[in-house]
Design a protein. Structure first.
Lengths: 255, 346, 294
């Protein structure tokens, strides 16, 4: 198991956002985290990425307990994420956005950047080439020098994923990646994620509302409701589970 | 095509250096003392502006630090450059500590030490301020400026209190100020165009997303803050050696406020903008001196209103923020303008 | 002697508290450090001076003029300078606030001159009375009493009225307030009004006790008041009062016992600020909950 959530509880003042939840994600799996709004899915993401500390319980990544580590350290351990509302860096080009993901892997220091030692030049060249490779993979190399926020919504979503991939993750957390997309864009995204899983050697954990998308993509799903697990298993079985249906009460998005 | 653009930027850098060097030589031999004084001031303020822009504009952390760090650099340089005889003579409130009399260094070392001292203090401030969420940098740096002034007044054994330090040798000339300004601009630009600069901009644009991409935001902010402090300290030393006389009142809030207007007018986040802003504000400030004198308004003779200039300045800042927030350059540099023109005017 | 310093400390602390409340309330609803707030205190003092010395008003009327005038000025500054920038990046708002602050200081400097003007304190306030065994001027004693009274009113408004509830809700989450059918902008304007009114009272107290007014009088006081708000717990009215009292007391008592530290009086607030940022950034009474930013 590459990721193990071990009996995690998260309280915010008087509110229990997540209650004694446990699950595991196997390597190379595409795992879906679904449930009605407010069920605690994004909170769970934030706990994994280190933005929140669990009130009790543990997050174990590749056999290492990581709860309590600072978020930017967790990224360097191999977990990357995207955001529900796309958060690209508004002042920067597409290429620079992706370079940020590479930056902690660039091996030069402060003084070397000021004086422009050879190591600076070679490392910058190296990471720029890698960034262009990723852009190429997504078919967007022509857009490298465009301002990231000028792109179309679908393209921005791809840039966000590319940026996350730049950090060289083993586990990729996608927060509602298909939000705001039409059916054909959604299908394309699904294919990209499946392909990326193979080409980048990834495990994927995703939050989604679009059940068709989840069905198409996920090997396994976990259904949360009011912070508790109410189902864990195959997506096809989840749709038929009475408790899951009750929880959603028509909250399904079946485009 | 990539290599062609790179070549263009190299040419831009080379020509910038060449033109600056020529201009310094030309000014020194052709302009009168009054103009040279203004040019010296502009050069020093360019150093201060491009570094203030690094923490405020590039990293997006609102800070009011310049007057404090400039004061530190000025006092360090003053103490290291003024001769022991001059010190012995002018410390009138109390006798100076013995070590104060022995302090001595050459100009370069004095400037570097001033910068280093400022940067160290900045690092100390960074820890309580950047570690926590919240916009405390502005208040802390505002308070810091006051503290430095309080210290300068209350430790006369070192600083000669309110009397300040006089008879500082006038080492600064256009070669020093212009040369260091050039270096400061190049250093700041090199930082911005590296992973460190990208991290700073990411912190400005979206700090949480930056963290999610592995950026150590504390380190980025601290680096920007300390670098700003360093150059502000160096600028302070140059200022001391230009004015030959410093006192605690010199480095008041208006000093910081001027720099704030400069970088906002030029374009918060743009180094080119900081340079343009300096020229505009320093020049405009000279021109606006008439506001403090009696004026002839539509045939009606007004009395002298000292401080009117500052009223106009502050109104100007408010108006810029309300109606022209981007300033002259926005976040762009000269190189960006050239890039976009080649792409057909975006 | 010690009791006398206690009263002085209470007095100074109350003045800081009155100003700190305005800072903390505006920060609570807008996440903005209103740099101009300290200058509102100065305006209050000057309006009082103007009322008595120029318009010849009785003291009470001048105080009302000061309070109403400052409240209007505070609300106007929000409407004109801050509201247009609600959706702008935070740094723009902070810069504008500095601009407003500097503008107020220099405008008053131009029109009144930088030389401190003696404040015409009414005789009944200057009277020295025997209060609980101490001989002190009335002006020092009434400050904490009136402040406590005003604080009670503010707390009543915040916790017992609809508008107060809206203010507290706004400090927590802007979106909710709009859903409740209350115009967030009007609430914010109300907050500016209340805060400015309190600052004006602080300004009058200051003018009566020191007793003078000058254009820069709000600068250092404002800085310390904000530090007080942070030390006590930013966003909490009780915290602002606590922080104000702590700093006021420290200033008075330390100088009383160590007069040689007199020159460093103004540094204490800053030291407290650094300490609280190092050890408990949310402040003494601050609540430590992770707000959802994701």
């Amino acid at each position: 198991m590459i990721l193990k959530i071990d009996n995690v509880t998260k309280n915010f003042g008087g509110v229990t956002a997540i209650k004694e939840t446990s699950f595991s994600v196997a390597p190379k799996e595409i795992f879906g985290l679904i449930g009605p709004n407010g069920a605690g899915k994004t909170t769970m993401f934030n706990i994994i990425t280190g933005n929140y500390v669990p009130t009790s319980g543990e997050v174990i990544f590749r056999n290492e307990a990581i709860s309590g580590l600072k978020p930017h350290h967790i990224v360097r351990k191999g977990i990357a994420r995207t955001f529900q509302n796309i958060r690209l860096f508004s002042s920067m080009s597409v290429l620079d956005n992706i370079l940020i993901g590479f930056d902690f892997q660039a091996r030069y220091g402060f003084l070397e950047s000021i004086v422009r030692f050879p190591r600076f030049i070679t490392e910058e060249r190296r990471i720029k080439a890698r960034a262009m490779e990723i852009l190429d993979y997504f078919g967007m190399s022509a857009l490298a020098h465009e301002k990231a926020v000028d792109l179309s919504y679908g393209q921005q979503r791809k840039v966000e994923i590319a940026r996350a991939l730049a950090t060289n993750p083993d586990l990729l957390l996608l927060d509602e990646p298909a939000a705001g997309m039409n059916p054909s864009e959604t299908e394309e995204l699904g294919e990209i994620i499946k392909k990326a899983r193979v080409d980048f050697d990834l495990t994927v954990l995703l939050i989604e509302h679009d059940m068709k998308f989840v069905n198409q993509l996920c090997d396994k799903v976990l259904v949360l409701d009011y912070g508790k697990t109410i189902f864990e298993g195959k997506p096809a079985d989840a749709i038929q589970d009475p408790e899951v249906i009750a929880a959603y009460l028509g909250d399904f998005h079946n485009d | 095509m990539n290599t062609l653009m790179l070549k263009k930027e190299q040419w831009l850098k080379i020509s910038f250096v060449a033109i600056t060097v020529w201009f310094i030589w030309f000014s020194n031999s052709h302009f009168d003392e009054y103009t040279i004084r203004i040019l010296n001031n502009i050069a020093i303020f360019i150093i201060l502006a491009v570094s203030y822009n690094l923490i405020n504009g590039v990293t997006g952390q609102f800070s009011l630090e310049p007057n404090g760090f400039v004061a530190i650099g000025a006092y360090v340089a003053a103490l290291l450059l003024t001769s022991p005889e001059a010190k012995q003579y002018q410390y009138a409130i109390v006798d100076p500590y013995p070590f104060v009399l022995t302090l001595h260094a050459n100009f370069v070392v004095a400037l570097l030490l001033g910068g280093a001292f400022a940067a160290t203090l900045a690092a100390c401030l960074s820890f309580p301020v950047f570690r926590v969420r919240g916009d405390y940098l502005a208040i802390v740096t505002l308070g810091f400026g006051f503290i430095i002034k309080i210290l300068a007044i209350n430790v006369p054994e070192v600083t000669n209190g309110s009397l300040g330090i006089n008879d500082i040798p006038e080492f600064s000339n256009l070669y020093w100020t212009g040369g260091i300004a050039m270096i400061a601009v190049i250093v700041v630009l090199n930082i911005i165009n590296s992973k460190f600069g990208r991290a700073m901009k990411a912190v400005r644009d979206d700090e949480d997303a930056a963290t999610a991409m592995g950026v150590n935001t504390f380190k980025a902010k601290t680096l920007a803050f300390c670098t700003s402090a360093f150059f502000e300290g160096v600028g302070g030393g140059l200022l001391a050696a230009l004015l030959t006389s410093i006192s605690p009142d010199l480095f008041d809030f208006f000093f910081t406020f001027q720099l704030l207007i400069i970088i906002v007018l030029g374009g918060l986040g743009s180094t080119t903008g900081a340079i343009i802003g300096t020229v505009l504000v320093m020049g405009g400030s000279e021109w606006m001196r008439f506001l403090d004198e009696p004026m002839n308004l539509l045939g009606y003779e007004t009395t002298a209103m000292p401080g009117m200039r500052m009223v106009v300045f502050s109104l100007g800042l408010i108006l810029i923020m309300l109606f022209a927030r981007e300033g002259v350059m926005g976040k762009r540099e000269l190189t960006d303008l050239l890039k976009w023109r080649r792409k057909g005017g975006k | 002697m010690f009791m006398q310093q206690m009263v002085n400390g209470f007095s100074l602390g109350s003045m800081y508290a009155l100003i700190a409340i305005g800072y903390t309330m505006v920060y609570g609803v807008l996440r903005l450090i209103n740099f101009a707030h300290g200058d509102i205190m100065m305006v209050g003092g000057f309006l009082g001076y103007f009322g008595i010395a120029v318009l010849g008003l009785p003291f009470g009327a001048a105080v009302i003029l000061a309070i109403v005038g400052s409240a209007l000025l505070g609300m106007a500054s929000d409407r004109i300078a801050y509201r247009p920038l609600r959706s702008a990046p935070k740094i723009s708002l902070l810069i504008t606030a500095i601009g407003v602050s500097f503008f107020l200081e220099n405008a008053f400097n131009v029109f009144f001159g930088g030389v401190p003007r003696a404040f015409p304190v009414p005789a009944y306030l200057e009277e020295v009375v025997d209060f609980m065994g101490l001989t002190m001027p009335v002006s020092a004693i009434i400050v904490p009493i009136i402040t406590a009274f005003l604080l009670a009113i503010i707390l009543w408004v915040l916790f017992k009225t609809k508008y107060g509830m809206a203010i507290r809700a706004l400090a927590f989450d802007v979106g909710t307030v709009n859903l409740m059918g209350i115009d967030a902008n009007r609430i914010i304007t109300l907050v500016f009004g209340i805060g400015s009114a309190l600052a004006a009272v602080g300004g009058i107290f200051w003018a009566v006790n020191y007793p003078s007014v000058e254009p820069m009088m709000g600068v250092l006081v404002g800085l310390k008041a904000f530090a007080a708000a942070v030390v006590g717990g930013i966003g909490s009215v009780g915290g602002a009062v606590l922080g104000g009292l702590i700093i006021g007391f420290t200033e008075v008592v330390v100088i009383a016992f160590f007069p040689e530290l007199g020159g460093y009086k103004d540094a204490f607030a800053f030291i407290f600020l650094i300490l609280i940022l190092l050890f408990k950034p949310t402040g003494i009474l601050g609540i430590d909950f992770e707000k959802s930013r994701f």
